[in-house]
Design a protein around this ligand. Structure first.
Ligand SMILES: [Fe+2]
Ligand SMILES: [Fe+2]
Length: 194
């Protein structure tokens, strides 16, 4: 069974340039993204306590994301970079969540698939950063994160397949992938994950 997903677009070189031009700002945003990813996995547990097949994996994912947060924060501490005072809205995630359908089952499927897509976009972008960085602690770190987020990308699709027909899952995944590419294209480039 095919679990990996293909994004509908590739991130631009200009995005990578914006990140490399202000890496401290990128680290601040990245830390927040990891913290939010952990909270997002736990929000599935809170919203769908009856979906017992996926709860252990959701908890594991939340713990892994929190470990990522811990690791990014340690890197920031070593460089004297503080967490941002204000946390801006993540327009990327908001725009995508706004496009999720509202019925209980439809929303459950859309949110799982969206989680997969967001993880895959993170993996794609961490890979770009890893390939650009000079040898050292940061390069090793982003290599590790790339592989971890790519794994998360598959986990959420696998969760969806517990509850929905394969054709329904992949058809909707294709639609949401297209939407994600459109949303990403509409956002300004900045030293942030999205
Ligand atoms: Fe993560
Ligand atoms: Fe992740």
């Amino acid at each position: 069974m095919k679990l990996s997903i293909e994004l509908a677009s590739s991130s631009k070189q200009e995005w990578l340039e914006a990140v490399m031009a202000d890496f401290p700002a990128f680290l601040q945003d990245h830390a927040n993204c990891e913290r939010k990813a952990s909270a997002m996995a736990m929000s599935f547990v809170a919203k769908y306590p009856d979906r017992i097949e996926i709860i252990p994996e959701l908890i594991n994912t939340a713990v892994e994301e929190l470990e990522h947060f811990k690791d990014v924060y340690a890197i920031m501490e070593g460089r004297n970079i503080k967490l941002p005072q204000e946390i801006g809205h993540d327009i990327y995630v908001k725009e995508l969540v706004d496009r999720c359908r509202s019925g209980r089952e439809e929303r459950f499927l859309d949110r799982l698939l969206l989680a997969s897509i967001i993880e895959c976009r993170g993996a794609e972008r961490f890979k770009m950063i890893y390939e650009t960085l000079e040898d050292g602690e940061l390069k090793d770190f982003y290599h590790r994160l790339w592989t971890s987020e790519a794994k998360h990308g598959n986990i959420f699709v696998k969760m969806a397949l517990n509850y929905f027909d394969t054709n329904i899952v992949y058809k909707r995944l294709g639609e949401l992938n297209k939407m994600e590419a459109e949303v990403l294209e509409s956002l300004p480039l900045k030293p942030a994950l999205h």
